[in-house]
Ligand binder design. Structure first.
Ligand SMILES: [Zn+2]
Length: 400
């Protein structure tokens, strides 16, 4: 068994073995699909700190060399960044000097700059930030700490949104944040909350990019290892359910807020620090995977023609676990231009656009972007699709 990425214990248990999966955000064309690679996807949990984590992480360049995710690309995300900006404006004065970890295309950095804050970003995506003089083009880790503090000193406030679950070096990132923070400085970050995903058996957020699925229980441990005390915790709606944590250095005199204590106690009651709980989750994942396979086997035997709606990362995970699928009978529609005229990762079903589909040819539609199912169902109806429409997660459900 592997060593825990957080507490370094050797005591981890298997939660679920997904087999080999491709990189979920890499779409190949017919010409270069032979170069697609698959990687083991094994999900473990640590029996000491209860962090849910992937056993083996593919090389970062395999996952991210073609990375084109932009903060500003989704309206929902920009709205969230605006609300985070308001949170900073409400809680900090303009003398606060700020470091943003994972500043991406500087959407949030610019919003705070416009408010008058002194803010520096750090992000490895050179293609997104090469012209921005307020952004350091680098991964964030303890190796870069000295260079940053020599140039900018230490910070009153350091924050990072959705960056600490994506790297196996998250502990080193937390340590680096601690080193760069002033003694009475504040560290804030947001991560997806496993309470809303894998710990409900919804396994479709598990892929190679998501190294960790955090609970407050597991975060409390890793943050104390990195020299932080959690002062406050908020549950927020982004990414289908996330945590926003406010931390200070361990030496702080500040007391922990009740919100945090309540959430942590709630996790304890749910069994998040007991092996039996994770064993029950393993069973519930297996049950969901089995049901999905039975569903597709019935379609396969009847030679049904399937229209998949959406090719999100979460859909790639689910469809790659299906054993009986005749790709000649399937097509995928996705709105993202970079995915169109390419092949769905792993199964190589063609991905196309709405305008090119003859909807009368298909016997069933399955919405893979189930978090947008209302919108997509309306769109299917507007294109004249009259057959049954299903979603697969959280459970298989006929929605029309
Ligand atoms: Zn651990």
């Amino acid at each position: 068994m592997s060593v825990c990425l957080s507490c370094s214990s050797n005591d981890s248990n298997l939660l679920y073995d997904f087999g080999e999966l491709p990189a979920v955000n890499k779409f190949f064309s017919q010409d270069d699909v032979d170069s697609e690679k698959k990687y083991p996807l094994v999900l473990n949990y640590c029996k000491v700190c209860f962090l849910v984590q992937i056993e083996e992480v593919p090389p970062a360049e395999d996952l991210y060399q073609d990375y084109h995710h932009k903060s500003s690309a989704s309206a929902g995300n920009v709205d969230h960044l605006k609300s985070f900006k308001d949170f900073i404006v409400d809680n900090f004065d303009l003398k606060t000097n700020i470091l943003e970890i994972g500043s991406n295309d500087s959407t949030l950095l610019n919003l705070l700059n416009e408010e008058g804050f002194d803010i520096i970003g750090i992000d490895p995506a050179i293609n997104l930030n090469q012209d921005d003089k307020n952004v350091i083009s680098s991964f964030f880790n303890t190796e870069i700490v000295e260079k940053i503090s020599n140039n900018y000193g230490k910070f009153d406030l350091i924050f990072g949104l959705n960056v600490f679950a994506h790297s196996k070096d998250f502990l080193d990132m937390f340590l680096a944040a601690n080193e760069l923070l002033k003694t009475d400085g504040t560290f804030i970050f947001e991560v997806a909350y496993a309470d809303k995903t894998i710990l409900k058996g919804n396994f479709d957020t598990i892929y190679h990019e998501h190294v960790c699925s955090y609970t407050l229980t597991s975060l409390n441990k890793v943050l104390s290892i990195a020299g932080f005390k959690i002062i406050d915790a908020y549950e927020i709606d982004t990414q289908g359910g996330s945590l926003r944590l406010m931390c200070k250095k361990l030496s702080t005199n500040l007391k922990t807020n009740n919100r945090f204590t309540k959430l942590l106690d709630g996790e304890k009651k749910l069994g998040y620090s007991e092996v039996e709980f994770y064993e029950s989750i393993a069973k519930s994942i297996q049950t969901k995977v089995d049901k999905i396979n039975q569903f597709f086997e019935a379609l396969y035997e009847k030679n049904k023609k399937i229209l998949f709606i959406g090719a999100p990362a979460r859909g790639v995970v689910v469809i790659n676990l299906v054993k009986s699928l005749n790709k000649k009978n399937c097509i995928v529609i996705d709105d993202t231009k970079e995915k169109q005229n390419k092949l769905f990762p792993g199964t190589h079903i063609p991905v196309t656009q709405w305008e090119k589909v003859d909807f009368g040819n298909y016997d069933i539609a399955i919405i893979l972007s189930w978090n947008y199912s209302d919108y997509l169902l309306d769109k299917l109806t507007s294109y004249g699709f009259k057959k049954d429409v299903y979603t697969l997660i959280p459970d298989i459900k006929k929605i029309s």
